[in-house]
Design a protein. Structure first.
Length: 216
């Protein structure tokens, strides 16, 4: 059975998090198709992934036999995260927009799993793995909107996950999530609701489609 690597990075718990609601819909649909499958779950808001250190970074460019004790310990954590990515048949990432960018915890995960000569480079070790990214945001940064040029989440994740790691990306974008909470955005609530419902449906559809692919 297939293995799903599910990563959430929202600082908010499920009832208050738009990205968690959509990743949950994906995961539920996935598990309906793969009740005996494996789900590896990482909630980055708990601090389970450390920000990369000098020892962890430098160890990636040194023969393991020459690692210092500090490098060996730090690199072992990186390898654990890298192997989770490499062994996954599909990856699901909740990536809310905070201050126009991804959460620092998600950046920490990326800094750990990007290793030139292994996950990045000429023959990335997880190349082709399907990755679904739930890129929620409080406003809209779609083409033609006033803040289009502030869209750094999809652009950045495409650069590192697709261009560097060779992963097969698909974005689901629930937007205008602040509309129900900001009086100045009250007229946008119907658009928010439509976006939310579309995202939930897209998540379930995407999960079922991938599940069918691996079952074939």
């Amino acid at each position: 059975m297939a293995t799903l690597l599910h990563i959430d990075s929202s600082v908010f718990p499920a009832p208050a998090s738009a990205s968690r609601a959509v990743t949950s819909a994906f995961r539920e649909a996935w598990q309906e198709q793969h009740p005996e499958g494996t789900v590896i779950y990482r909630d980055l808001s708990t601090g389970s992934v450390p920000h990369i250190t000098a020892d962890a970074h430098s160890a990636g460019f040194v023969d393991p036999a020459a690692h210092t004790p500090e490098q060996a310990a730090a690199f072992a954590e990186r390898l654990r995260l890298i192997e989770e990515l490499e062994h996954a048949d599909a990856v699901l990432i909740g990536a809310p927009m905070y201050n126009y960018a991804i959460p620092s915890t998600l950046k920490a995960w990326l800094d750990n799993v990007i290793l030139f000569g292994r996950t990045a480079g000429e023959s990335p070790s997880a190349q082709g793995t399907p990755v679904t990214i739930v890129a929620s945001r409080g406003g809209s940064y779609a083409p033609g909107t006033p803040k289009e040029s502030y869209e750094y989440v999809q652009n950045y994740l495409t650069a590192v996950l697709s261009d560097m790691l060779g992963l097969d990306l698909e974005f689901i974008v629930p937007e205008l999530t602040m509309a129900p909470h900001n009086p100045a955005m009250a007229e946008l609530v119907p658009l928010f609701e439509s976006s939310r419902e579309r995202a939930l449906q897209d998540a379930a559809t995407r999960a079922k489609s991938l599940a069918e692919r691996f079952a074939a």
